[in-house]
Design a protein around this ligand. Structure first.
Ligand code: AP5
Length: 212
């Protein structure tokens, strides 16, 4: 497998870019946040356990997350090109991927963005309740207010995009980020991407990075 991981703060644009790359370049895209939200919607045991962490802006325990991602990757063909968005978030999660030869990470891309932008991006985010496509009330508005351009679904606000939860998510991210960046930098797998640019420009920068 060829595995690229997207690292970056909540709201840095990982999901927006991962969805575009998956559609245009055929990557298999796994967003652990989306997987957890689906589990909550479906009322599974994992979903019930995860909800209390997500609602508070805390991380779901490593053991649960590692199990989720390992079973998703185990179902893929050996030659799959994979994008992980939102995993790993801690060094133990990164180590779990690298422990198995078949899931070793090839490249980590860090979305860099000033923190001041993140609150505005997250509190203005709206997502399609049917297909998960992200929009933004100002930066990336849908053609018709409240309706997804892609599938016509209704747009909603994620409960963890309330400002108090966003602030906690940013604190939690800051507590893990340096160690995770060091982990991939020491392994010579880290690339940094300026994520404070228009969506299309970042998409082109990413394509170039992935071809290097
Ligand atoms: P998750 O869903 O992964 O949330 P996150 O990492 O906090 O990331 P976001 O989805 O908020 O941001 P993003 O970088 O994808 O930004 P987006 O592209 O949407 O996780 C949610 C929760 O699940 C966690 O808090 C945790 O509890 C749990 N969890 C998940 N994975 C876990 C793990 N591995 N371990 C433990 N717990 C885990 O963009 C944001 C907004 O900005 C959008 O409105 C978009 O339209 C806009 N935008 C995007 N790009 C641009 C641009 N270039 N210019 C202007 N606006 C832009």
């Amino acid at each position: 497998m060829n595995i690229t991981v997207f690292l970056g703060a909540p709201g840095s644009g990982k999901g927006t870019q991962a969805k575009r790359l998956a559609e245009s370049k055929g990557f298999r895209h796994f967003s652990t946040g989306d997987m957890l939200r689906e589990a909550i919607k479906a009322g599974t045991e994992v979903g019930r356990r995860a909800k209390s962490f997500i609602d508070k802006g805390e991380l779901v325990p490593d053991a649960t997350m590692i199990e989720i991602i390992e079973s998703a990757l185990a179902a893929l063909p050996k030659q799959a090109r994979v994008l992980l968005d939102g995993f790993p978030r801690t060094v133990p999660q990164a180590e779990a991927l690298d422990k198995k030869p078949s899931t070793q990470v090839n490249r980590a891309i860090y979305f860099m963005i000033p923190e001041a932008q993140l609150i505005q991006r997250l509190t203005g985010r709206r997502v399609c309740e049917k297909c998960g496509e992200p929009f933004h009330v100002l930066n990336l508005p849908p053609k018709v207010a409240g309706i997804c351009d892609k599938c016509g679904g209704k747009l909603m606000q994620r409960s963890d995009d309330a400002e108090d939860v966003v602030r906690r998510r940013l604190q939690v991210f800051a507590g893990q980020n340096d160690q995770l960046l060091s982990y991939y930098s020491q392994a010579a797998k880290l690339s940094k991407l300026d994520a404070d640019k228009p969506v299309e420009t970042i998409q082109n920068d990413l394509m170039r990075l992935l071809h290097d």
